[in-house]
Write a protein that binds this ligand. Structure first.
Ligand code: HPA
Length: 253
C-alpha cells in the first residue's frame, strides 16, 4: 500500500501539483475544497495551500481545524509544511532555510484543539480520544520528517539550519521591535504566523508534522521595515528550491 502524505504550502506555494485531481472534503468545521491529489509509485500525495489557492485567507482566519481534519479523513500519515518566516537571530539570514525543532505559541485568538469536550477523534489504529485531552508536546515537529527535509537539503548547495525555535505570532500585522527583543530573550530564532495551531492539531490527530521554513526578512527593528511584498518577492526567488525538495518527498525518493 502506498504511503499517504500531504504538503501544506504557505506564502508563495500555491500550485505544487500541476496535474493533480481536486479533492473536496466535508469536515465538522466546514468544507475543504482546495486539496489536490496525485498518485505516485510510492505515495498518494495531497497538496493543500493553507492561505487558499490565491492567498485570500490571512493567517488568523485560516480554518486550521478543517484543513487538518480533512487530511485526517484522507488518512494522511505525514505532513510536510512550508512557512515564510522572519529571522530574529543575527546568524540566520534572508534567503536561508531552517527546519525548526521547537515552537513558542504567542498567538492570541485561535482555537488550539480538536478536544473541546464533545468531539471524538478516531485514530488509524481504531482507538479514539474524547473529552479532556492534554497532549504531550515535547516534540512539536516530528524528528523523522525533519531528518527527511535535512537529508534532501544536504543535496542542494543552499544554506540550511538544522534546528530553530519558531515563535508564532497572531498577525496579520508584523511585530514591533520591542516584541522581537522579547522573543529573542525567550530564545526564539524565527517569527511566523501559521505554525500554530496547524502543528498542534496535526499532533492531536497523530499525523507526523514538520516544516521547511524560508527566511524572507529579519525581524522588525533588525532591518528598516518589514513588508509583505518583500516576503513574497524572496519566496518567489527561492520557490524552486522548496518545490524541488517537496517534489522528491512526494515521489517518495
Ligand atoms: N514576522 C511574522 N511572520 C513573518 C515574518 C515576520 O517578520 N516574515 C514572514 N512571515
Amino acid at each position: 500500500m502506498s504511503k499517504k502524505i500531504a504538503v501544506i504550502g504557505g506564502s508563495g506555494v500555491y500550485d505544487l501539483f500541476e496535474d493533480g485531481e481536486t479533492v473536496s472534503i466535508k469536515t465538522p468545521y466546514g468544507k475543504v475544497e482546495n486539496i489536490s491529489k496525485i498518485t505516485n509509485k510510492e505515495t498518494e500525495a495531497y497538496f493543500l495551500p493553507r492561505h487558499g489557492p490565491s492567498h485570500s485567507v490571512p493567517p488568523h482566519l485560516i480554518n486550521y481545524r478543517a484543513n487538518i481534519y480533512a487530511l485526517h479523513t484522507l488518512e494522511v500519515e505525514d505532513i510536510y509544511a512550508t512557512n515564510a518566516v522572519g529571522s530574529i537571530n543575527q546568524k540566520i539570514h534572508p534567503g536561508e532555510f531552517v527546519v525548526p525543532d521547537q515552537l513558542i505559541d504567542m498567538t492570541k485568538n485561535r482555537i488550539l484543539t480538536f478536544f473541546d469536550g464533545d468531539t471524538e477523534i478516531v485514530f488509524e489504529d481504531g482507538t479514539s480520544k474524547q473529552g479532556v485531552v492534554h497532549l504531550d508536546y515535547t516534540e512539536p515537529y516530528t524528528s523523522r520528517l525533519r531528518k527527511r527535509f535535512l537529508s534532501l537539503a544536504n543535496e542542494s548547495s543552499k544554506k540550511f539550519h538544522d534546528k530553530g525555535v519558531l515563535v508564532c505570532t497572531e498577525g496579520p500585522r508584523f511585530e514591533t521591535p520591542a516584541e522581537i527583543k522579547m522573543f529573542q530573550s525567550f530564545g526564539g530564532t524565527l517569527v511566523g504566523m501559521t505554525s500554530v495551531p496547524e502543528a498542534i492539531l496535526a499532533k492531536e490527530v497523530q499525523i507526523a508534522y514538520a516544516t521547511l521554513c524560508l527566511v524572507t526578512n529579519y525581524g522588525a527593528g533588525m532591518q528598516e521595515e518589514v513588508t509583505h511584498a518583500e516576503v513574497i518577492e524572496l519566496f518567489n526567488k527561492k520557490i524552486q528550491v522548496v518545490k524541488s525538495i517537496m517534489q522528491k518527498i512526494i515521489e517518495g525518493n
